[in-house]
Design a protein around this ligand. Structure first.
Ligand code: GRG
Length: 297
């Protein structure tokens, strides 16, 4: 599959998730209209929708109903969008640009950005808890637990807290890897786990998928660090060279650019090998790995 074909496929997924989110975050009039409008700005305004792509591709391995997959994907994207809104705030990363547009607190104001993030996080659990996501309450509880673990203090928020605390990670690559695994990797894990939960995957399949997600998350983060050095603001839609400016340890600063690139290539091979048990049905996941290995944004 050519890069252009894959990009069409990714865009098709992104559009379907955007349609689902559009229905789940309605335009309203009245006193809370500003909040809903800010939530829509954050959740509908672009993004590659990688986590939904992972969730959909994993669920399809097991023939899961598309409606369930789209609702679970929308929930995951609500959490991802909230994390970006809060991460961009002046008290965190203090960014003015996200997805090629002003960040939410610049387009609205800080209080609205905090509240829109809070409301998106809560909405995610409302979506997963709804019968329309899956008729079996055990499946719904599995999804809720998976997202809560991934997003909370032992996952994304925990990783963000370590990153913000200025904890002396120094040149300790194991500590930096752990922080990134929590901060960024946990939601990728959850995407794949959610597909497996909805698909009632066997233990063997679940282990293979989680091993895949582990390697994929690292590839994503290392390529993100490479783009921070080599990418442009136009291509990435966000400020570049931020990590260097803040003196933060990254995979590039720790390994050097060339070693970081070699590590990406090793991890990509390893990630794809974990999918061998699924044969050709895992092609959508394999194509995603190939695309992220060469990504420009
Ligand atoms: C504030 C609770 C809280 C958590 C923030 C994930 C995170 C934790 C912060 C994001 C900071 C950041 C830019 C990390 C680099 C990796 C990353 C998550 C990039 C953005 O994800 P993409 O590329 O974004 O999937 P799009 O815009 O395509 O959805």
């Amino acid at each position: 599959m050519t890069e252009q074909d894959f990009n069409w496929k990714l865009k098709e997924t992104a559009d379907r998730v955007t349609v689902a989110l559009d229905a789940l975050i309605p335009v309203v009039s009245g006193p809370e209209s500003e909040l809903l409008s800010a939530m829509r700005y954050a959740a509908l305004g672009g993004g590659k929708r990688l986590r939904p792509y992972l969730l959909l591709a994993t669920g399809r391995l097991f023939g899961v109903d598309e409606r369930s997959l789209l609702r679970a994907s929308a929930a995951l994207e609500c959490v991802h969008s909230y994390s970006l809104v809060h991460d961009d705030l002046p008290c965190m990363d203090d960014d003015d640009l996200r997805r090629g547009r002003p960040t939410l607190h610049k387009a609205y104001n800080e209080a609205t950005a905090i509240l829109a993030g809070d409301a998106l996080l809560t909405l995610a659990f409302e979506i997963l808890g709804d019968e329309q996501t899956h008729r079996d309450p055990h499946v719904r509880i599995g999804l809720i637990n998976s997202l809560a673990r991934a997003a909370g203090c032992r996952g994304m928020v925990g990783g963000q807290a370590i990153d913000m605390s200025g904890a002396m990670l120094g040149n300790d690559i194991a500590a930096v890897t752990r922080m990134q695994r929590l901060k960024t990797g946990a939601l990728f894990n959850c995407a794949v786990e959610a597909g497996a939960i909805l698909g009632h995957a066997s233990n063997e399949a679940r282990h293979a998928l989680l091993a895949f997600a582990h390697d994929f998350g690292l590839v994503f983060q290392i390529t993100d660090d490479i783009l921070d050095v080599e990418g442009s603001e136009d291509e990435t839609g966000k400020a570049v060279n931020k990590d260097d400016d803040h003196g933060k340890a990254t995979f590039v600063s720790l390994l050097g650019l060339e070693n970081a690139k070699s590590q990406v290539s090793i991890l990509c091979k390893q990630a794809k090998a974990h999918l061998n048990i699924f044969g050709e049905s895992s092609n959508d996941l394999i194509e995603l790995v190939d695309n992220i290995e060469n990504r420009q944004n």
